[in-house]
Design a protein around this ligand. Sequence first.
Ligand code: FAD
Length: 371
Amino acid sequence: MNYSFWEKKFIQTPMDLTIIGSGIVGLSAAISIKEKQPWLTVKILERGSLPYGASTKNAGFSCFGSVSEILDDIQQIGEEQTMEIVKMRYQGLKILKSRVQPQQMEYQHHGGTELFRKSDNILKEQCINSIVYCNELMHSHLDISNCYSLVKNRKLTAYDTDAIYNASEGIINPVAMMNALSRKAADLGISVVYGINITEVDRQNKVIKTDQHLIIEYKRLIVCTNGFTAALFPELEVVPARNQVLITEKLDNNPLDSGYHMDKGYVYFRNYEGRILLGGGRNLDHSGELTDQFGHTALIQEYLKKILEELYPGASSKIYHWWSGILGIGPSKYPICKWVDEDIIAGVRLGGMGVAIGSYLGEMLACEVIK
Ligand SMILES: Cc1cc2nc3c(=O)[nH]c(=O)nc-3n(C[C@H](O)[C@H](O)[C@H](O)COP(=O)(O)OP(=O)(O)OC[C@H]3O[C@@H](n4cnc5c(N)ncnc54)[C@H](O)[C@@H]3O)c2cc1C
């Protein structure tokens, strides 16, 4: 890269806070910091020409958990921890909505529907029998009444007629959301520098190095690199997980009228302007999808095409575009908000509901760095 003197000076001038990664967490952390202490200087360094991870590539579900996911988490980590994470997601959505107007992120409050396969009778019965219990949890922790209800699925006939509806969920356009957050960041005086791929953090000399041989001093560093964290901080317990997604052309009489989840959240689909967006299926090849490489596999593409045909016969010949995104997962669904050095903090491991939890994690990071 042929940087001018002016560009080098701009990129290399040390700021009070330097953030790596301009996804929802990096932007939210920067905004939270400036809202609390506007005099601090904050710069975000991003390797892509757009954010290049998950925040502009996701499915746009503004969700905090289906009944099967909640039950699954309770089984693994207990009720208290599960509800702590659900609360973070719910609070995160509140923060996001306070910053971005519904029309700015194309928010549609259509709710979310959990569908069951006809062969999933045991899971279905378990979920239906737990609706009252989950509603009590949501009421006592989130103050939402009658969050989940049993509804009839009559349109998507390949699936069970019993489904569970969450009236508190919605769908957004993730790029519109990120553009609105970027504008807010710019208004607060936060600079985002794109095309800066950081290859090393030299903690001893308090500098970061880039693949273009730039050396950038930092005072305090906030690491928001989610699924790509291992390259810089291998000691953090976060691994990449790829999600493959398709979108069709506009379809006549598209049967989808809300966000839909299936297979404990591993498969998700929704309507976008008459198109079907469908993604997931990572559970088909758990280890193969633990990668930070964008791309597709025939196994998952064929699987998603099969589901697409079940949703709308003939739609697999009307696929308009495929893409993938990388999220960060680990042994716990808890996001990591942790000091890795006295002046470096990481906010990573967002899992599959980062639209929800991202703004909350940004707020947590801000509270840590300015306390
Ligand atoms: C296909 C898909 C669908 C999803 N659907 C949903 C959904 O519907 N609802 C939901 O809530 N969540 C969803 N998620 C999850 C959600 O998108 C993520 O949890 C969230 O976006 C993570 O935000 P982040 O800021 O932590 O990470 P990211 O958005 O990945 O941002 C990290 C940034 O760091 C940058 N970076 C990394 N390494 C470096 C480096 N060395 N130097 C400079 N920059 C670097 C990357 O380029 C990237 O822009 C989905 C994820 C995927 C992949």
